[in-house]
Structure formats: structure tokens, C-alpha cells
Design a protein around this ligand. Structure first.
Ligand code: FMN
Length: 250
């Protein structure tokens, strides 16, 4: 591969979950925002917003929902929101109806914009020597989250990003080999469990700082375990919460 400042940072990505009690400078925060702002935008609809949580009560409430102690602890907590409210308002204030804003198609486009913007924000942070972790856990209880954030209909919090000055140095987490995830022209249907034997071994050499510095299970064991086993969770309320927000209705 070609090594330059950008690619070296990208292939050295690791989630940071422990931060120094040191605020980001206004310049750092603005740089993160600018990187997010310039992300590609589906149909140029620009359907995302970032809600920065500084209120300790709101941060604590989001931490409670996520059940992860580092959420809203040290560092910035940014909530990336799929935002169709602004475009609905534009149309309403121009005397029109919401048109296709309630469709799954337009919601998906907003979600895509939002996720890409978050990754750009994280990459920008990492390029400045900061670190961060993407937070899907904020959606453990989507209805409660929307209530805590006091979000209007036509918005939906997609992911959080905890970002700050790193106070830990995790190992690089091994990813699936390229030959498992990149194909030319045809998608292969001859997947064999045995092709992941070596990768499985590599994964078990990774120490998870989250779990008292323990080695983690092999990849195939993780996939075959609790993460994907059938069980009910409060996250099953996601579709209902989306519909309650007036989104992805048809
Ligand atoms: C959509 C998404 C949601 C995630 N949610 C969480 C989360 O809620 N809490 C957390 O600690 N890490 C979360 N992560 C981080 C992943 O656990 C992490 O990226 C993965 O284990 C690989 O480790 P690495 O980022 O250090 O390479 C999330 C990552 C993504 C992409």
C-alpha cells in the first residue's frame, strides 16, 4: 500500500475509550466540525446535524442509556443526528408539504450522510492526535434518548462520538484479511469456515482494554455467540422509534 499522512492514520485507527480530563480547544472542535461539514451528501440534501452535549445532566442521562461508563465522562460527546426536520421546515415555510421526507429512501440518505460525517469527524480528530469512539450504545433505548435530547419529529440520533485527548494506548484490532472482504466482479458463494482459522488465532492475541485487559474470543466464536444470538433487547424498539419520529414510514 501507499503510505502517506492520511493513509497511515487511517490504517492505524483504534477506538479510544479513556480520555484525559482536558477539553478540546475551540480550534480542534471547529476542525472536527469542518471535516464533518464537508462530507459528501446524498442528493445534496445535507440531512445531518451534530448536537454537542456539555450539560452534565444530559451527558449522565446518555451514559445511563448507553450503560458504558466512558460515555459522557471525559472528552466531548457529540451526537450525530439524521436531520430531516430542517428540510421539512424549508418546504413547509415555502408553502409545500413534506413530499418524500417520510420515506425509507430519504431517511436512509440522511442516515448515510450522518454516518459518513461522523467518520470524517473521527478521522480529523485522529489526525490531530486526538482519539475517539463511535457510540451505537446511545440507541439502547431510542425513545428515552430522543426524550433526553429533546429532539423534534423528523430527526433521529444515529450515533454518538466520544472524542478527546487519549489516555490509553490500545492495540491495533486485527481485521478480516483483504481476501475475505474484497472481490472482483463476482460475489463468491463458497465461503468456508476453515478460511478464517489463521484470522481467528490472530484475533485471540488482541487484548481488550475494556474488559480488564483480557484476550478476546476468536472472531468466529464472537459471531456464533451472544452478539447475534436471538434475544430481545430494548434496541428492538428502533423501528417503532423511527416511525414515531415520522421517518421511514413507507
Ligand atoms: C456503528 C458503530 C457503533 C459502535 N458502538 C460502540 C459502542 O457503543 N461502544 C463502544 O465502546 N464501541 C463502539 N464501537 C466501536 C467498535 O467496538 C470498534 O470499532 C471495534 O471493536 C473495532 O475496534 P477498533 O475501532 O479499536 O479498531 C462502535 C463502532 C461502530 C462502527
Amino acid at each position: 500500500m501507499i503510505h502517506n499522512f492520511t493513509t497511515d492514520h487511517q490504517v492505524n485507527h483504534r477506538s479510544i475509550r479513556q480520555f484525559k480530563d482536558q477539553p478540546l480547544t475551540t480550534e480542534q472542535l471547529t476542525t472536527i466540525y469542518e471535516a464533518a461539514r464537508h462530507t459528501s451528501s446524498s442528493m445534496f440534501l445535507q440531512q445531518f446535524s451534530i448536537l454537542r452535549l456539555t450539560d452534565p445532566k444530559k451527558r449522565a442521562a446518555v451514559r445511563e442509556i448507553s450503560k458504558q461508563p466512558y460515555v459522557g465522562a471525559e472528552g466531548e460527546l457529540l451526537i450525530f443526528i439524521a436531520d430531516l426536520y430542517r428540510n421539512q421546515q424549508i418546504r413547509h415555510q415555502l408553502g409545500n408539504d413534506g413530499g418524500r421526507l417520510h420515506t425509507t429512501d430519504i431517511f436512509m440518505q440522511a442516515a448515510e450522510d450522518t454516518i459518513l460525517a461522523l467518520q470524517n469527524a473521527l478521522t480529523a480528530a485522529e489526525s490531530m492526535g486526538l482519539g475517539g469512539v463511535v457510540l451505537g450504545s446511545i440507541k439502547n433505548d431510542p425513545e428515552k434518548l430522543i426524550q433526553v435530547l429533546d429532539l423534534p419529529k423528523m430527526t433521529f440520533p444515529i450515533l454518538g462520538l466520544q472524542v478527546g485527548v487519549p489516555n490509553q494506548e490500545p492495540q491495533l484490532k486485527p481485521r478480516l484479511p483483504l481476501n475475505q472482504i474484497t472481490f472482483n466482479d463476482n460475489y463468491p458463494r463458497d465461503f468456508k469456515l476453515s478460511s478464517l482459522k489463521e484470522y481467528d488465532q490472530t484475533v485471540t492475541t488482541y487484548y481488550d482494554l475494556r474488559d480488564a485487559n483480557k484476550r478476546i474470543d476468536s472472531f468466529t466464536k464472537q459471531i456464533n455467540g451472544d452478539k447475534l444470538n436471538n434475544h430481545q433487547t430494548s434496541r428492538d424498539k428502533l423501528l417503532q422509534a423511527l416511525h414515531d419520529q415520522g421517518l421511514a414510514l413507507n
